[in-house]
Design a protein around this ligand. Structure first.
Ligand code: ARG
Length: 461
């Protein structure tokens, strides 16, 4: 007969089946919240003393003992037990071994339900902080690229077909805008999650005269959560973190996809540094963008975590159900993936070199200034835009048939389509003039790019 659980086994004659123990235990993964658990318990103990619920000397013994437990965990000497289920009971059991009777007073006016809600919230908050720290570094790397290449011309694409010339800097700053929104979403999520569930106890609150303001403040929260039923069963904080992470991972994936395409032999728009490329074991010429490919894939795990947690939560009646123990592993994995992806992208972007000449050559092919030609016909010859579009289409067809680009068409060829065209038209057919003319707010003109890059630099400083 196995022994009943030392923490809750009072009414049990027998211990759990081995498989029951295996399915029930979370210590294999929730040990990642050890620091948060101990921090929360130390704040709780201090509050129990301040409110006279336990004596100052017992609270002191608990607080000191918890520091010893933490140092054992951090130095790797802590002996985790599956029989003790989770990090909460592992810590408390070790505390009992260390300090004896006073340890039994720590769990006064508290439950594992508010304890795990607190630990997990603090863990996710730390990850949000890490992302809030990492995103501006990625943005700064992109701004540096934008500044360097404010007037490098490249093809802008729609449907991955050459559309209009744009500038390298403008393209880089497009991602800065995306990551800025990701940063804002992380900050919003962090703000909303910053309410403390500790002291809501099992689900209904407690009859002890606790001071929830005190623990909330001590643990860096803005306020205690206002409804105990909600506080013990809310996992929105993790879901919002995952939502922000998923959208950010989608942006990382899009940029990664561009780097994969751009670094190919067919494009040669960028050269990834040796530090961010890998070789092939059989093809000596290869420089593979493995990091970009892995980054492109990371969204699968992160979105997967979000779907998994939403699915766990969606049918749960209030309040805590053990289903909620399934909330952690995928969030841990998603957070790890996001942080690694952000760091890798920052490194890759900082190190990569744009192949200026190739960018400009590509920008000049594919009739990329056809819109400039149509606009010229509107502006100078006063054609309605629809007619200008038609005339330009005919000129593109002519050039295509002749196997040349628009600027190479002769005056005679142009006059065959529209006799009023003058030599001035050639000015708008060059890609540099094209990008320089896009001065509308938010447009790709180098001056705009320089102004936006400067704005971001100041903001990020
Ligand atoms: N390990 C549990 C979890 O992660 C802690 C909470 C247990 N609460 C309970 N009422 N059994 O959810």
């Amino acid at each position: 007969m196995t022994k009943s659980n030392t923490m809750w086994g009072g009414r049990f004659a027998e211990g759990p089946d081995a498989i029951m123990e295996a399915i029930n235990a979370s210590i294999g993964f929730d040990r990642r919240m050890a620091r948060q658990d101990i921090e929360g318990s130390r704040a709780h103990a201090a509050m129990l003393a301040a409110t006279g619920i336990v004596t100052a000397s017992d609270a002191e013994a608990i607080r000191e003992g918890l520091l010893t437990v933490l140092s054992e965990i951090e130095s790797g000497t802590f002996d985790y037990s599956t029989a003790l289920e989770d990090i909460h009971m592992n810590v408390e059991a070790r505390l009992t071994e260390l300090i004896g009777a006073p340890a039994g007073r720590l769990h006064t006016a508290r439950s594992r339900n508010d304890q795990v809600a607190l630990d997990f919230r603090m863990w996710v908050r730390d990850q949000a902080d890490a992302a809030i720290d990492a995103l501006p570094r990625l943005m700064a790397a992109l701004v540096d690229q934008a500044e360097a290449g404010a007037d490098w011309v490249m093809p802008g694409f729609t449907h991955l077909q050459t559309a209009q010339p744009v500038t390298w800097g403008h393209h880089m700053l497009a991602y800065v805008e995306m990551f800025a929104r990701d940063l804002g979403r992380m900050q919003d999520a962090r703000r909303r999650m910053n309410e403390c569930p500790l002291g809501t106890a099992a689900l209904a609150g407690t009859s002890f005269p606790i001071d929830r303001e005190m623990t909330a403040k001590e643990l860096g929260f803005d306020r205690p959560a206002a409804n105990s039923l909600d506080a013990v069963s809310d996992r929105d904080f993790a879901l919002e973190f995952l939502s922000a992470a998923t959208i950010c991972a989608m942006h990382l994936s899009r940029l990664a996809e561009e780097l994969v395409i751009w670094s190919s032999a067919q494009f040669r728009f960028v050269r990834l540094s040796d530090r961010w490329s890998t070789g092939s074991s059989i093809m000596p010429q290869k420089r593979n963008p493995d990091a970009a490919e892995l980054l492109r894939a990371k969204i699968g795990r992160i979105l997967g975590a979000q779907v998994a947690l939403l699915t766990v939560m969606k049918g749960l009646p209030l309040t805590y159900s053990k289903d909620m123990q399934e909330d952690k592993e995928q969030v841990f994995d998603a957070a790890d993936s996001l942080m690694l992806a952000l760091a890798a992208m920052t490194g890759m972007v900082s190190d990569m070199t744009a192949e200026k000449e190739n960018l400009e050559a590509a920008a000049s092919s594919g009739f990329s200034t056809a819109t400039d030609l149509a606009d010229w016909l509107v502006r100078v010859l006063d054609l309605p835009f629809r007619e200008a579009h038609h005339v330009t289409g005919a000129l593109v067809k002519l050039a295509e048939e002749a196997g040349i680009d628009l600027p190479e068409l002769s005056m005679e060829q142009m006059h065959a389509v529209e006799p009023r065209i003058t030599e001035d038209v050639f000015e708008v057919l060059g890609v540099r003039n094209s990008v320089a003319s896009r001065t509308s707010y938010g447009g790709t003109a180098p001056d705009n790019v320089r102004a936006q890059a400067a704005r971001w630099k100041e903001k990020l400083a």
